[in-house]
Ligand binder design. Structure first.
Ligand SMILES: Nc1ncnc2c1ncn2[C@@H]1O[C@H](COP(=O)(O)OP(=O)(O)OP(=O)(O)O)[C@@H](O)[C@H]1O
Length: 450
């Protein structure tokens, strides 16, 4: 595929240059939820990669990014396939980590300082800039906690562990194995991991450096020093007055790798990659179900007999450590910031789309206190908007208007599983399976009323 992109670089540039993406109706109004903010950071394009950028933040719409991919059409010339994604915050390739800190993380630190549990994840494809982002954020967090400008008396303790599969290791204790056990109060304890008191910023930097030196890395096709484990930095903010201790989790996830990227790996590396991908998949499932659970809870607040939703956080060590975030029975106030990191290179366009699709999916059901009427109006498109969107996204050959709006019977419902979307599209003559697939991710969980 990379060869195809290199050979068609000029064609790609000219197709992108001729495009004029128009503002399209969006599923949601773009307001971040109160407990979870989903952001995307696009890292700068590295010249050595030799591919053009496939990510184009839209100037006319805030927090929307267009991704243009070149499709190798089996029966014709290559064509451009475009998708757009919207998140709560979008950081362009010239944004600094300091800007991200001010916008997303400073509030989380204050929240933890005042006794809450703040969690920050960086996830994305291998080589997309997660470690780059988290390591600088760790320094900035330390500066805020130590500069003496926050009100109240606190003591700071740091634990840094890494998770490889379901095994956990203390990165500040020479990578000794530790156990993750639930105590009688249902809190996951890192048994055997040492908590280090931090007195100033230099202490914190030294601890982070020490942890980095013990972290498991290996070269991958995309990154010569790829992190092959999830690193969790837990900062406990001990309240010396009356009040609960705050907790701040800064998590640098191992990079996901696609089947294409792992072709050259041996059996051990394949197993390791499989374990990473499984734990990331459980994490994604938990985040998503948590977002759904928050929405359902806020809509049903006050109604009797509401059951707690099931969130499968016990399925991996990573989500067990983060039980406080996912346990629907948890009583502590939690806030979560997700930073989806992407590499803008055209060669990485597939994983980039996966990362953005997931980021956008977390926002489909925003965790706000909006009423069901607000939600309905935000999720309904008019027929004209639907036609416009499908025409712009259906690929080639274009779908006919008669197929786009084949109904006289009222609602054309796309709030369906992927199989059902295909089923619907099979019923509409003229829509090809591949086109139906392209719609699937976007139309998922969306009503469209005639
Ligand atoms: N915003 C940025 N500005 C400049 N360089 C960056 C930025 N983000 C990442 N890089 C560079 O890209 C390369 C890969 O970044 P990094 O190691 O952080 O990726 P990663 O997502 O942690 O990868 P992995 O999952 O494989 O560990 C590094 O050389 C890093 O310096």
């Amino acid at each position: 595929m990379e060869q195809f992109y290199l050979e068609n670089n000029l064609k790609y540039q000219s197709l992108v240059g001729a495009l004029d993406p128009c503002p399209k109706p969006r599923i949601s109004n773009g307001m971040p939820g109160p407990t979870m903010v989903v952001s995307v950071r696009i890292r700068p394009l590295s010249k050595s990669e030799g591919f053009p950028s496939a990510t184009f933040p839209r100037s006319s719409q805030k927090n929307v990014v267009d991704i243009h991919d070149l499709y190798n059409h089996p029966r014709g010339t290559p064509i451009l396939r475009s998708n757009d994604y919207q998140v709560d915050r979008l950081f362009h390739s010239d944004s600094t980590t300091e800007e991200i800190y001010e916008d997303l993380v400073a509030g989380l630190v204050l929240f933890a300082w005042n006794g809450g549990i703040g969690t920050l994840f960086a996830y994305g494809q291998t080589g997309s800039g997660k470690t780059f982002t988290i390591s600088r954020l760790e320094e900035l967090v330390a500066e805020t906690l130590m500069n003496g400008n926050l009100e109240g008396e606190r003591e700071i303790y740091v634990t840094i562990i890494d998770l490889a599969g379901n095994a956990a290791f203390d990165l500040l204790g020479d990578r000794e194995p530790i156990s993750l056990l639930e105590d009688s109060c249902g809190i996951t304890q890192m048994v055997g991991a040492v908590e280090h008191p931090v007195l100033d910023v230099e202490d914190m930097k030294a601890l982070v450096e020490r942890a980095t030196s013990f972290r498991r890395t290996a070269p991958t096709l995309k990154n010569s020093a790829s992190s092959r484990s999830h690193a969790i930095c837990r900062i406990r903010i001990r309240n010396m007055e009356d009040g609960p201790d705050g907790l701040l989790y800064l998590i640098d996830l191992a990079g996901s790798e696609g089947a294409r990227d792992v072709a050259a790996h041996g059996a051990d590396r394949m197993r390791e990659t499989r374990q990473i991908n499984i734990s990331l998949s459980v994490l994604k499932d938990c985040i998503r179900r948590k977002a759904q659970a928050d929405t359902t809870t806020s809509l049903n607040r006050g109604k009797p007999g509401q059951k707690l939703p099931h969130i499968p956080f016990r399925q991996s060590a990573l989500t067990r450590v983060l039980k406080h975030v996912f346990d629907p029975a948890g009583a502590r106030a939690c806030r979560t910031v997700v930073i989806a990191c992407v590499n803008p290179s055209l060669a990485d366009v597939g994983p980039t789309k996966n990362t953005l699709r997931f980021a956008e999916m977390l926002r489909v059901l925003p965790t706000t206190n909006e009423t069901s009427a607000d939600r309905k109006s935000a999720m309904h498109w008019t027929n004209a908007q639907l036609k416009e969107w499908i025409r712009a996204n259906c690929g080639t050959p274009a779908i006919l208007d008669s197929v786009v709006a084949p109904r006289e019977s009222g609602a054309h419902l796309f709030n369906l599983s992927s199989t059902e979307i295909e089923y619907r599209c099979q019923k509409c003559p003229g829509v090809k399976q591949e086109q139906a697939k392209a719609f699937r991710s976007k139309l998922w969980q969306m009503y469209i009323i005639s």
